[in-house]
Design a protein. Structure first.
Length: 306
């Protein structure tokens, strides 16, 4: 007997469901993607290059980035450019945005993949909790800075790599320094991903009628290097125990390719996908009042006027 789960629990079934796979060409498309030196981003870079994208990679580690750039150019005979940026620094994000606007006539695809997971509370040089900064504010800033460029490039697609983890923590926009709430890795991660999901929906309203679409997706329970900044005990647990329950990141790369290239998603905007299956986000990630609060705070912290 099949069981029909409520909308907010369907992610349990969707994780095991057959997924859509695309063979859509990206020839002539400028595809900007963050965080490509490991995990999901690395495999996605190879996937997009295999379908002839003009790849523009934004990475933190120059040496790893240059090695990957050389590998992709030689293996796929496609254009591959490199920008260096640490997403815990707004200045780096602003510099990259300026470079993208200056060097490319158009941006067809923007994929925000870079992220971090921390067990213990840390703050960036900007004085902002690091998980919120890296996972939400810097991607928010990059989208905002490229807004006009994306509209000029329309049709264009933006995709934020989000998480089902948003379901397990609300956004504590009134306590981003975690002074009144207990900080845990899962709560801070869910906090940032909820904020990202709320602002994705707000961006979809902003882009309405422009030919630019923006969506978010959960990449599945796959092997990645997220969390490698944590303690040796956590890294041991992740490598030798947790990894045995995780899947190959190629399924995430296939899903990202589908969402940024396939005609079946053409014109779809403001949606959340579990891999390639559309889902209803958690109720707190659809709250219109909280959406406005998070949007206003995000603009304030990034000094954006949107």
């Amino acid at each position: 007997m099949s069981v029909t789960l409520p909308d907010e629990l369907k992610f349990i079934q969707n994780a095991r469901a057959p997924q859509n796979i695309s063979t859509a060409s990206l020839d002539g498309k400028v595809c900007v993607i963050t965080g490509t030196t490991s995990g999901i981003g690395l495999v996605t870079a190879h996937r997009l290059a295999a379908f002839k994208a003009h790849l523009v990679m934004i990475v933190r580690n120059r040496e790893k980035g240059e090695h990957l750039q050389k590998e992709i150019k030689e293996k796929y005979n496609t254009e591959c450019d490199l920008f260096i940026a640490d997403f815990s620094r707004f200045e780096d994000v602003r510099n990259v945005a300026a470079g993208l606007k200056e060097n490319y006539e158009k941006i067809d695809v923007l994929i925000l993949n870079a992220g971090t997971f921390l067990q213990r509370k840390q703050f960036t040089d900007e004085g902002i909790e690091k998980v919120f900064h890296v996972n939400h504010l810097s991607p928010f800033l990059l989208i905002g800075l490229l807004k006009d460029k994306l509209i000029h490039s329309a049709p264009a697609r933006v995709l934020t790599v989000n998480s089902e983890g948003h379901r397990f923590s609300r956004t504590l926009v009134e306590d981003l320094e975690w002074k009144r709430h207990l900080y845990t890795g899962l709560r801070s991660y869910g906090n940032a991903k909820t904020a990202q999901l709320l602002c994705m929906q707000k961006f979809s309203h902003l882009f309405e009628g422009t030919g630019v679409t923006i969506n978010s997706m959960h990449p599945g329970e796959v092997k990645s290097n997220i969390g490698n900044e944590n303690s040796g005990a956590y890294r041991f647990y992740s490598k030798h125990i947790l990894s045995h329950f995780l899947k190959d990141p190629r399924r995430s790369a296939e899903a990202i390719h589908y969402l940024v290239a396939d005609d079946r998603v053409l014109g779809v905007s403001g949606k959340f996908f579990n891999l390639t299956i559309e889902e209803v986000p958690a109720k707190h990630a659809r709250d219109a009042v909280m959406m406005e609060k998070v949007w206003k705070k995000s603009c304030e912290l990034t000094h954006l006027n949107l």
